[in-house]
Design a protein around this ligand. Structure first.
Ligand SMILES: Cc1cc2nc3c(=O)[nH]c(=O)nc-3n(C[C@H](O)[C@H](O)[C@H](O)COP(=O)(O)O)c2cc1C
Length: 332
């Protein structure tokens, strides 16, 4: 599949996730084999007002390539201007969000709200396309709800405008992030689409990835299953390439990566913002470790980055010992 100037066979994408797929986490996922990454979504309105936090979300390191900057908004002029700013960061593509289901965004016509007004979607895509020399891509859903499946019209529009590829989250806006993902949509979508399709939604295992490719996907995108679990990319890659099912890294290695991620996160955000915003990652890194509940509670209640590092190092250096101590406490 062609992604900007890169040609990647069966690419694995890290999904854009607000407050998750930031600079430190994208870099970790790249190290674990993600082929393509996308920034968190960035509001076009915030970009044109030069809001610092939004501009910061568009910066990335060279080793993240190929990378897309994702924009959301519904005002054509704002999207056009924001795409010029995005282009100045020199990403490999600009991705337009027509899938965000969150009420305050979708109900004002942005994100999945664009699926309710396909002429608006067409105008937004055209404006972005004619204001950048970069490839423009789209991330969307099946439709607003089961009675309003829009994906086939969206694909037709995307083709007409010259969108490079479309990522389809196999759910409707009404489903949010819940409910079954039905992969029988893949061959139907592929049959109608004249442009490459990246499939997204509930990809949890190497077998899920393989199934999407067998059903005709051009690329596969992983979101929540990568949170605190960047190892999933390597496991999927090896399964695709060699048919081998490698186990998850053991607890020691997972904590080592948690620590590495934590340090980069604190370096990027500083201690005050970084310690609380890292909390969403512990569950993934520490899952499956016996008696982890107690350690997690302690970490969650600690404000000092140094103390958290000490706790993680002590578990990493001696997981069995810690296991025994906690086990004894529980037995007491
Ligand atoms: C915390 C969170 C934040 C998200 N933020 C974005 C976003 O900024 N842009 C976007 O296109 N999708 C966003 N999504 C949706 C994901 O990209 C993805 O489509 C969805 O999680 C389904 O994939 P999964 O089942 O692999 O997680 C977000 C999802 C989550 C859970």
């Amino acid at each position: 599949m062609k992604i900007g100037k890169y040609e990647i066979e069966k690419p694995l994408f890290l999904a854009p996730m607000d407050d998750i797929t930031d600079y430190p986490f994208r870099n970790i996922c790249k190290e674990w084999g993600a082929d393509v990454v996308v920034t968190e979504f960035v509001s076009a309105e915030a970009v044109i007002r030069n809001v610092d936090r939004s501009l910061k979300k568009m910066s990335f390191s060279e080793k993240e390539r190929p990378i897309g900057i994702q924009l959301y908004g519904s005002v054509e002029l704002s999207m056009a201007n924001a795409s010029k700013t995005a282009e100045s960061f020199n990403p490999d593509f600009i991705d337009i969000n027509a899938g965000c289901w969150v009420k305050k965004i979708a109900n004002r016509g942005e994100g999945a709200g664009l699926l309710k007004d396909l002429t608006k979607l067409e105008r937004v895509l055209s404006e972005v396309k004619s204001n950048t020399n970069l490839p423009v891509t789209l991330k969307t859903r099946l439709g607003w709800d089961d009675n309003n499946i829009a994906i086939f019209d969206v694909l037709e529009t995307a083709y007409r405008i010259g969108i490079d590829f479309v990522t389809v989250h196999l759910r409707t806006r009404q489903q949010g992030l819940k409910g079954e993902v039905n992969r029988t949509w893949i061959p139907k979508i592929k049959e109608k689409s004249k442009i490459p399709i990246v499939i997204n939604g509930d990809i949890k295992t190497p077998q899920d990835v393989e199934q999407c490719y067998n059903l005709g996907a051009d690329g596969v995108m992983i979101g929540r299953s990568a949170i605190g679990n960047p190892f999933i990319f390597k496991r999927c890659k090896i399964f695709l390439e060699k048919g081998e099912y490698i186990p998850e890294p053991d607890i020691k290695e997972r904590i080592q990566w948690c620590l590495s991620h934590f340090r980069r996160h604190i370096e990027y955000y500083g201690e005050q913002r970084g310690v609380p915003t890292f909390r969403k990652f512990y569950n993934g890194y520490l899952h499956g470790y016996p008696y982890i509940g107690k350690i997690r509670t302690e970490i969650m209640n600690t404000k000092s980055a140094h103390k958290i590092e000490e706790m993680l190092v002590s578990i990493m250096e001696n997981p069995e010992e810690l296991d025994k101590i906690i086990h004894t406490n529980i037995m007491d």
